[in-house]
Write a protein that binds this ligand. Structure first.
Ligand code: E4P
Length: 221
């Protein structure tokens, strides 16, 4: 399973990249709007920090506009993947961008059929939003399960990118289901590392080691 960081914050991306397990980054207009500075420059810097797919989303709502924004984003850096929303216009733009060899991440996916349409249009990634479905009392993870199963039935060159993952259990469940990618905030990635028994175990190892060293020193005297 590939791990993407869902942030446009350079400090978080630096921290995540240092862990050695970050395979890509997803941004969206809201995430970029939270950061100070020119979004284009931020995206360029993200591409330098992580050598993997970096999603940059279009904000046009018509296919022609998405195509032109998508071309612009893709020309920024070889790592850029163009994010298009799953709308009629988004599907048209995806088809055109894919025909030009540009990778598309179809975002705001809330039904299995939207994912199937995205894959048919040539998207390289589909992003089902798990947390946002959970927010409205719908099982977001079931959507991931459905899409994984549908994609297994066919031969699409399209990865299931479980998005809107809000806590470690979301990541665990997405991995169990076979999602190719999970994108998560840095807080969730950090939480995956932690276990209280690891901390207790390490503390004990270090205390025992210190004790043994002292005893050895006392015996030598
Ligand atoms: C994914 O590409 C989106 O940027 C993100 O996962 C949305 O997450 P949220 O629902 O927590 O905002």
């Amino acid at each position: 399973m590939k791990f993407f960081l869902d942030t446009a914050n350079l400090q978080e991306i630096r921290e995540g990249a240092a862990l050695g397990v970050v395979d890509g980054v997803t941004t969206n207009p809201s995430l970029l709007a939270k950061e100070k500075g020119d979004p284009e420059e931020i995206l360029r810097q993200i591409c330098e920090l992580v050598d993997g797919p970096i999603s940059a989303e279009v904000v046009a709502t018509d296919a022609a506009g998405m195509l032109s924004e998508g071309r612009h984003w893709a020309a920024l850096h070889k790592n850029i993947v163009v994010k298009c929303p799953c709308t009629v216009e988004g599907l048209k733009a995806t088809k055109l961008l894919a025909a030009e060899g540009k990778r598309v991440n179809m975002t705001l996916i809330f039904s299995p059929m939207q994912a199937l349409l995205a894959a048919k249009a040539g998207a390289r990634f589909v992003s089902p939003f798990v947390g946002r479905l959970d927010d409205v009392s719908t099982d977001g993870m079931q959507l991931v399960a459905d899409i994984v199963q549908i994609f297994e039935n066919y031969d699409f060159d399209c990865e299931v990118l479980a998005a809107s993952l809000r806590h470690p259990m979301h990541v665990l469940e997405a991995a169990r289901l076979g999602a190719h990618v999970g994108t998560m905030p840095m807080s969730v990635l950090s939480a995956l590392v932690k276990h209280p028994l690891t901390d207790i175990g390490l503390k004990r190892f270090l205390e025992d080691w210190e004790k043994a060293k002292k005893e050895l020193g006392a015996r030598a005297r």
